[in-house]
Design a protein around this ligand. Structure first.
Ligand code: UD1
Ligand code: MG
Length: 451
């Protein structure tokens, strides 16, 4: 459904003092991406005509994160009402509905926002629709004061009377406002209140004083949590994680202990995948059908082909691309490497900047020595090759198809297909040496005692 008559103002200028951070609040990640991007993703399906993001001075990271949406800078953080006023030039002449969103309330679903837009279209076409919710602990949220004609005012916690603090219906911060009125009302806000700020929330009382009708749509608390502190960030993270776990399971994955699996917002998990306890996904991971990920794995920027077996204790780093039926075992790290189908790297190994052919077997303790302190070089291992345990492959180097590398080798030169290469000290044997050695030492000891 297209809403050509919708514009969005997203407030993100606050530093979030309560976060105690150098990072702007809206850049703190949830499931691996900044909260402001969660929000923008959520609103994109409403197809707004325009999105304007209000940022603070020097917030280049936020500007980059919200691109290509335009930003306006609120030079001084004088409150949410003042922040909205900064978007006026960008929305000059806009007469549709303006939806104001707070960057620190990122879990909101597009269906909840849609319900607000729908309410604006229904009689009596309220000029302002506020998104309310009833959290278990209303804490310091603004309170919604209802009257016979609907919403009468929003009272900030710090300014509320004890009776008003008893109201359970809270302000999520999200507001849908008639674009023909918004900037007129916002321009008339004052800062005579406990915080000395221009509160956007005072707009409701202004609208009511002019006889405009204001209404409330109630949403789910799990969507409307405002993130002002690290503790609230942690609660939001657990809500997001639960949703991602539920999604993976709904798509046909088994999570042996769901609470201990951490997904990224973009993790793609196929059908009949089994994920053991304590597995962590960073962004950019795609898991094919039938894959088994055993406990204690860490995955990032990785593609895993159908039927592969990973872990326990495997680390797959960006650029690891595993074809179908690859086995990666315990204490194996793989970075920027292609493993063709059926390749096995099962124990205590580092593979970096490499291509490994189909069915190759990489023995325990193998290291691709990809870095000389200046440049990274590539190791190629042919199809069906066998790398003996504890070998060092000093890149750039290539091992031909079907070649065998003797255990403990340090390979510095290319190895032809089908050849055996052994590069270590050759074994020598002195028959009877150990017996003669002990006899001599015993005799020396006995002679010493007699002295
Ligand atoms: C606000 C609401 C409160 C509501 C709560 C919901 C006001 C006055 N209060 O309080 O009623 O219950 O959110 O979470 O609106 N911002 C700016 N410029 C500013 C100030 C804030 O861009 O000058 C942005 C912040 O980056 C943030 C958002 O506006 O994303 C909300 O600001 P915040 O300070 O978190 O308001 P709350 O105290 O949470
Ligand atoms: Mg807040």
């Amino acid at each position: 459904m297209s809403h050509q008559n919708l514009a969005i103002i997203l407030l993100a200028a606050g530093m979030g003092t309560r976060m105690k951070s150098n990072l702007p609040k809206v850049m703190h990640p949830l499931a691996g991406r900044p909260m402001v991007q969660h929000l923008l993703d959520g609103v994109s399906s409403l197809k707004p005509q325009q999105v304007v993001v209000v940022v603070g001075p020097g917030m280049e990271s936020v500007e980059a994160a919200v691109a290509p949406h335009p930003t306006v800078v609120q030079q001084q953080r004088l409150g949410t009402g003042h922040a909205v006023a900064q978007a006026k030039p960008a929305l000059d002449g806009f007469t549709g509905t303006v939806l104001v969103l707070y960057g620190d309330t990122p879990l909101i679903s597009s269906s909840t926002l849609q319900a607000m837009l729908t309410r604006r279209q229904q009689a009596p076409n309220p000029a302002v629709v506020v998104l309310g919710f009833r959290p278990d602990d209303p804490g310091e949220y603004g309170r919604l004061v209802m009257g016979a004609a609907g919403l009468e005012a929003i009272v900030e916690y710090k300014d509320a009377t004890p009776q008003q603090r008893n109201i359970g219906l809270c302000n999520s911060g999200v507001m849908a406002v008639d674009g023909q009125k918004l900037f007129d009302w916002v321009g008339r806000l004052d800062n005579r209140n406990a915080k000395g700020e221009y509160y956007l929330t005072d707009l409701v009382a202004l609208a009511r004083a002019e006889g405009a009708s204001c209404d409330v749509v109630e949403g789910a608390t799990s969507e409307l949590l405002g993130i002002n502190s690290r503790a609230e960030l942690a609660v939001a993270e657990s809500i997001v994680q639960d949703a991602l776990r539920a999604r993976a399971m709904a798509n046909g994955a088994t999570l042996l202990d769901p609470k201990t699996v951490y997904f990224s917002w973009d993790t793609q998990v196929g059908q009949d995948v089994t994920i053991g306890p304590q597995v962590f996904f960073e962004p950019g991971v795609r898991v094919g059908d039938g894959v088994q990920i055993r406990p204690f794995c860490h995955l990032s920027g990785t593609e895993i082909g159908a039927g592969a077996q990973i872990g326990p204790f495997a680390r797959l780093r960006p650029g690891a691309r595993l074809a179908e039926a690859v086995h990666v075992g315990n204490f194996v790290e793989i970075k920027n490497a292609d493993l063709a189908s059926g390749a096995k790297v099962n124990h205590l190994t580092y593979i970096g900047d490499a291509r490994i052919g189909a069915g190759a077997n990489v023995g325990a303790g193998t290291i691709t020595c990809n870095y000389d302190g200046f440049v990274k070089s590539t190791t190629e291992i042919g199809a069906g090759a066998f790398i003996g345990s504890n070998s060092s492959l000093v890149a750039p180097v290539s091992i031909g198809d079907g070649a065998v590398i003797g255990a403990g080798s340090v390979i510095t030169k290319n190895v032809a297909a089908g050849a055996l290469a052994v590069a270590r000290g050759s074994q020598m044997e002195l028959p009877g040496w150990a017996d003669r050695f002990r006899a001599r030492k015993r005799a020396e000891k006995a002679a010493d005692k007699k002295k």
